[in-house]
Design a protein around this ligand. Structure first.
Ligand code: MTE
Ligand code: MO
Length: 316
């Protein structure tokens, strides 16, 4: 398995305290739980940012609810990436020859300034920061991941969606030579996902270019992937090459295969079970006991206003 290099220069200035607080400040998201965390009440990772001895390795950090981040080996060793394999523990090995640098993303459609960007260019413009967020798979397991990324909204504001851009459509690279899974005709490749424009503009909606202070491993969706932490993991599409602003609700891979199991919105919701299993609890990778699943994966304070007036039992 290829693990990202973690230069100490990356770790030292990126104490979780400062970055989390910057993230909260920059997004204006001072929800109760985040406030607690920013005040240093809830977790082991809240070290004194000024003290030279307080540079804990990233593995000692926690999310704003106090849950420790998963180990790098877990995050980069247990992956859903069907383009490589449906066996989570084989993905890393199969992805080890997949070259993700340089990586280009085309942004087009209903925008004033379409363009093609390299990930290097995006990193220079948008200054990715550490964002520790939970990832909750629809299969009822979860992890806490220290992503490195920036808000999709930053990129969208540069390309300027036009007034008829109602949704954003994302597409993964299509190349069966590098993605052997794309020879499997049971799936409508390339993997596609979509967000409503207001979801896409939400500051928590992240384009990740790294994790654990290093590059984004191929198996986690390098060169660049989406992270929408309040939705089931399948919305967080990997290895994106095309972002299109459209005026219709785009088709998505999982909802086109099994619309009764996977909806377009796919907000984490402990009250709406998957037809084949309960969604009320989850297993945190690395642990054994089941923990309760939180509405919107614990981000309700930040995002539930996006869904006011919507029946979330029907719009699953
Ligand atoms: N292109 C692509 N993106 C994808 C997937 C995939 O198979 N192909 N799997 C999704 C699912 S089901 C999950 S849970 C997350 C897993 O991300 P991780 O391996 O980085 O934890 O990626 C999502 N993005
Ligand atoms: Mo998933």
């Amino acid at each position: 398995m290829i693990l990202p290099k973690i230069p100490s220069s990356e770790i030292t200035p990126k104490s979780s305290y400062l970055n989390r607080r910057d993230f909260i400040k920059s997004t204006g998201l001072l929800a109760g739980s985040m406030l607690l965390s920013a005040c240093g009440i809830s977790s082991t990772s809240q070290t004194n940012p000024g003290a030279p001895t307080s540079n804990p390795s990233i593995s000692l950090k926690t999310d704003e609810l106090g849950s420790p981040v998963n180990k790098l080996e877990e995050i980069a060793g247990y992956n859903n990436f069907y383009e490589f394999s449906t066996d989570k523990e084989s993905v890393a090995k199969l992805a080890s020859g997949f070259s993700t640098n340089p990586w280009l993303v085309e942004v087009f459609g209903k925008v004033n300034n379409p363009g093609t960007y390299s990930v290097d260019d995006l990193e220079k413009r948008f200054k990715p920061e550490e964002r520790i967020m939970r990832l909750r798979c629809v299969e009822a397991w979860s992890m806490v991941i220290p992503w490195v990324g920036f808000s999709l909204a930053d990129l969208l504001s540069v390309v300027e969606p036009t007034s008829d851009a109602a949704y954003v459509r994302f597409e993964t690279l299509y190349d069966p030579e590098v993605f052997p899974g794309q020879f499997d005709r049971r799936y409508p490749w390339p993997y596609q996902e979509g967000l409503r424009i207001d979801e896409a503009m939400h500051p928590l909606t992240t384009l990740a270019t790294g994790l654990y202070g290093g590059e984004l491993p191929a198996q986690n969706g390098g060169g660049i992937r989406l992270v929408v932490p309040w939705k089931y993991g399948f919305k967080s599409i990997k290895s994106i090459t095309r972002i299109e602003l459209v005026d219709y609700q785009p088709s998505t891979l999982w909802s086109s295969i099994a619309p009764n199991e996977y909806g377009f919105f796919a907000n984490v919701n402990p009250e709406v079970d998957h037809p084949r299993w309960s969604q009320s609890t989850e297993r945190r990778i690395g642990g054994f006991e089941r923990i309760p699943t939180l509405p919107f994966n614990g981000y309700a304070d930040q995002v539930d206003s996006l869904y006011q007036g919507m029946d979330l039992q029907k719009n699953y």
